[in-house]
Design a protein around this ligand. Structure first.
Ligand SMILES: [Mg+2]
Length: 361
């Protein structure tokens, strides 16, 4: 049988999913909870049986508890389980910390949920498997949480891969093993196959990816319409969706207006020092470096000048170097005596800082 494969897709797409995120965080912060069934939900006995399970740890899952189940049902399955109200503020904060790690690898990040994202790592020189290992290790070391990662050449396969080896696993799908991987996949694992479609496939005698791939495009279309068309390509691992990331901002900077105008070099120096510290922090938080440094100066008469310095390589985020550049731009452009009402400092031509060292002090 002739197989159609797209072999020109050499992207590196990673899908990451933190394992039982909310439950894992609560266990991290209170290890006594590890061996009891933990259900992140309001306790049904305190809320008249209302409430829905946000997530549950693996001990609770073994008893049949799963997310989106009613808390009352979970209580029946796990009568000795611990119910804990979700603390979304905390989860959001930890999600932000994890995203700061993502940004060290790429800014091409598509968040799916607090605990789930796609990263486009095509530009990295490292292999997919190495990137997955590094990222997982870093999250474990710095945030103390495990994750499951799938890596492949498109989003569909990356997602299927991360689901395949849960919890705390890595799956790499390449062109060499893609058909093998898809062949054994249960039909319900393909995107868009719900209970009804699954039943229909069962009647047709189709329960896995290999059988799905044997169906012709025409037959699939006849049976399932547009969904059938999608499934034809899914069975071959073909998917062209892009990682939808937020275009990075044009510049990062700060400016300061002074009620009492600055009139001495010492005052200018001190204010540049404050600005540089703030901007370095803002850049570091977002894991950016910039090739252009912009300085803005406005005097008491509202004359404003902006000056920029562009380098081939990004500026090192070194406080002393940046203050001295800002100071010399000031000296070159402003004659004494002066009276300054505003100073600004920003970076543009931004790029991801990757693994470059950041020197804060
Ligand atoms: Mg998760």
């Amino acid at each position: 049988m002739a197989e159609f494969l797209i072999t020109s897709d050499n992207r590196k797409i990673l899908h990451i999913d933190l394992d039982a995120f909310y439950a894992q965080i609560e266990i991290r912060d209170n290890p006594k909870l590890r061996h009891v069934p933990l259900i992140i939900s309001r306790d049904p006995s305190e809320s008249n049986g209302r409430g829905v399970v946000a997530t549950a740890n693996y001990a609770a899952r073994q008893l049949g508890v799963h997310s989106a189940m009613s808390a009352a049902e979970a209580k029946q399955l796990a009568p000795n389980g611990v119910f804990m109200k979700p603390n979304f503020q905390k989860y959001q904060m930890i999600s932000n910390q994890i995203h700061q790690i993502f940004h060290q690898y790429t800014n091409k990040i598509e968040p799916v949920a607090f605990d789930e994202a796609y990263l486009d790592l095509t530009e990295s020189v490292l292999s997919g498997a190495t990137l997955a290992a590094k990222l997982r290790h870093q999250i474990l070391k710095e945030i103390h949480l495990t994750s499951s990662v799938g890596i492949s050449y498109n989003k569909l396969l990356a997602k299927l891969a991360s689901e395949f080896n849960k919890p705390n696993g890595v799956t790499v799908i390449t062109e060499d093993n893609v058909l093998e991987f898809l062949s054994i996949l249960p039909i319900a694992s393909f995107r868009g196959v719900g209970k009804k479609t699954q039943e229909k496939f069962k009647v047709l005698g189709i329960t896995n990816g290999e059988q799905l791939r044997r169906m012709s495009q025409e037959a699939l279309r006849a049976q399932f319409g547009k969904m059938g068309e999608h499934l034809y390509w899914q069975a071959r691992g073909v998917h062209f969706g892009e990682v939808k990331w937020q275009r990075q901002r044009q510049s990062v900077g700060k400016e300061e207006t002074f009620d009492r105008f600055l009139q001495t070099t010492q005052e200018i120096n001190l204010e540049f020092e404050k600005l540089v510290t703030k901007v370095i922090l803002a850049m570091s938080k977002r894991s950016f470096v910039g090739r252009t440094l912009n300085i803005k100066i406005r005097d008491s008469e509202f004359n404003t000048i902006t000056r920029s310095v562009t380098q081939n390589e990004p500026f090192k985020l070194d406080k002393h170097i940046l203050i001295s550049i800002a100071q010399s731009i000031f000296d070159e452009n402003i004659d004494a005596p002066f009276s300054i009402r505003l100073l600004g400092l920003s970076f543009s031509n931004l790029q991801s800082s990757g693994f470059e060292e950041i020197t804060l002090f």
